[in-house]
Design a protein around this ligand. Structure first.
Ligand code: G1P
Length: 270
């Protein structure tokens, strides 16, 4: 059974300057809650009850957010106090996503675990969460590594990890981080929900800096594919990437449109 989730939230947020000069991008709002709150809810609603958030310099607001506040009962429907304990660890230096995952090794302690990115939010189109469905697929596939995928437009392949997949067996053949469109093996993108076994740490430890001179999780997955079976699974929902200014604004408007309390505001905008 999978119980543990790692949520990396240690990136610099440079694409959001000046918004992120004094607050982490994971604290940007999606209408009435910060992005990180949705990510933690996705984990909890998927049955994960041990959560580690990887933070770094300037990310203290994320830690403070999960404290219990006197005003919670008065102002919040989604009660922070009912969330399970959340652990935090600081990435010492910004060396990339793969490096940040390494800080989870003691926390996962040999167990298989989910990784959910701190800047990616899901809305399921089924009755289970996107992550629960991925966990179901992982159980069907003998508990091997499994990666959530979605089709993206060709012009977006250079924003994401892109995989080559055997459609008959759902096995990933290779993965490449943010390829140029003319070398992209497909338009199937890594959405940012992964289930790993403990062996991923070994591949991360052997990484050399990749795209943008950072240690890339996609490169570790690519190496893992050479030695073991890695499955890909198209997610059963919509992924909202909060990683860039335009995608965050678009996500905000979609969440506003779907919000029962505040959607009327859109009709009043001239
Ligand atoms: C990260 C991963 C990438 C993945 C993406 C999903 O990129 O490195 O493989 O497709 O998240 O949002 P980042 O958005 O941190 O640049």
């Amino acid at each position: 059974m999978i119980r543990k989730a790692i949520i990396p939230a240690a990136g610099s947020g440079s694409r959001f300057y000046p918004l992120t000069r004094a607050q982490p991008k994971e604290m940007l709002p999606l209408v009435d809650k910060p992005v990180i709150h949705y990510v933690v809810e996705e984990a909890v609603n998927s049955g994960l009850d041990e959560i580690l958030i990887i933070v770094g310099a300037g990310k203290e607001a994320i830690i403070n957010y999960f404290d219990k506040h006197k005003l919670d009962d008065k102002y919040m429907n989604d009660d922070i106090k009912n969330l399970p304990d959340i652990y935090f660890i600081r990435q010492k230096e910004q060396l990339g996503l793969a490096d940040s995952i390494k800080y989870g090794k003691k926390f996962t302690d040999g167990e298989d675990f989910v990784v959910l990115l701190g800047d990616t939010v899901y809305k399921s189109t089924g009755k289970n969460t996107v992550t629960s469905e991925l966990i179901n697929d992982y159980n069907k596939h003998n508990k091997k590594t499994i990666i959530g995928l979605e089709n993206v437009n060709k012009n977006l392949v250079n924003h994401y990890g892109i995989v080559s997949i055997n459609m008959d067996t759902s096995t990933i053949i290779s993965a490449v981080e943010k390829p140029d469109v003319h070398i992209a093996p497909s338009n199937l993108a890594i959405t940012g929900t992964y289930i790993f076994n403990d062996n991923i740490y070994e591949y991360i430890n052997n990484l050399k800096p990749g795209k943008n001179n950072e240690l890339q999780l996609t490169d570790a997955i690519n190496m893992l594919c050479l030695n073991d079976t890695v499955y890909g699974s198209i997610i059963n929902g919509h992924r909202y990437d909060i990683g860039t200014m335009d995608l965050w604004l678009k996500s905000f408007l979609i969440f506003l449109k779907d919000n029962t309390k505040y959607s009327y505001i859109l009709e009043t905008v001239r």
